[in-house]
Write a protein that binds this ligand. Structure first.
Ligand code: PGA
Length: 267
């Protein structure tokens, strides 16, 4: 696990976008796992800029989103489908057939089958090469709130009240946030070949420290990333402020830079 500490949100966004762009240039048909929320917005802005200014080509890229609220249509402005088209897809040359976002309109009776189909689609493309993640105030990744099985696959989850509160502003109040979502499981996320988790702002400092520097527990779902063979945590100064090993992480990056050591994971 590498921890990259950036000066601010802008530098975090640029770093994440550069990592994604590098992966796409190495593998034009990259299978890219995408996240929603406030944190990745800056990364998507940078990717759009790279597409416009440097011709970054998304025509063969396949994307899978982590999650979607249950009960929302893709056209609902609060849906993650809408979010993704607004912030990224409509500004780049992605093939709409290569975009996968869980469908929030599937009736509960069909969800199990639908989730198996979603997992099968990921496997059909050879698995996710690079998964982008945020971290929730509860420590969730995707919508896997505390108590989620660390081996779970895609399924319907009931959202915690803390998560509803966090996302309340998108709906005009926590009570208006849907109770359930379809989310990739923690097991699904762990199968991604490489992972980048973004954390920004002082509100994430404590949960990030718990996830990275305390024992793995389903009560802090992001802590499972300690078990992943290739993960980069990209945190800005505020989000990194409570990391006890902060100076060590910085030193690791300095030494690697000095000796010019950077692995190539996406072939
Ligand atoms: P945020 O959400 O980026 O809006 O902080 C992250 C998350 O809940 O996963």
């Amino acid at each position: 696990m590498r921890v990259i500490i950036t000066e601010n949100f802008k530098a975090l966004s640029l770093y994440a976008a550069q990592q994604i762009a590098m992966a796409i240039r190495r593998k034009p048909n990259l299978v890219l796992g995408l996240a929603t929320g406030r944190t990745p917005i800056g990364t998507y802005e940078e990717l759009v800029k790279m597409h416009r200014e440097e011709g970054l080509d998304f025509s063969k890229v396949v994307t899978f989103n982590l999650d979607e609220y249950h009960g929302l249509k893709p056209t609902d402005p609060s849906s993650y489908n809408y979010f993704m088209w607004e912030h990224l897809f409509k500004h780049i040359n992605i093939n709409p057939e290569n975009v996968y976002i869980p469908d929030g309109t599937i009736p509960v009776t069909g969800i199990r089958e639908y989730c198996l189909w979603y997992e099968n689609r990921i496997n059909f493309f050879g698995g996710i090469d690079l998964q982008l993640l945020g971290i929730g105030n509860t420590g969730h990744i995707g919508f896997n709130d505390p108590g989620s099985s660390l081996a779970s696959d895609t399924r319907l989850k009931v959202l915690s009240l803390k998560t509803k509160k966090q996302n309340g502003p998108d709906f005009g109040g926590a009570d208006k946030v849907p109770d359930c979502a379809i989310t990739m499981g923690i097991g699904t996320i762990m199968q991604a070949k490489t992972i980048i988790l973004l954390a920004s702002g002082s509100k994430k400092a404590r949960i990030l420290a718990r996830a990275l520097e305390e024992p793995v527990t389903s009560l802090v779902p992001a802590s499972i990333l300690q078990m992943h063979p290739w993960v980069k945590i990209v945190a800005d100064e505020e989000a990194a402020s409570k990391l006890r090993w902060k100076n060590h992480y910085r030193r690791v990056e300095e030494v690697r830079k000095r000796i010019g050591y950077e692995e190539v994971y996406v072939k």
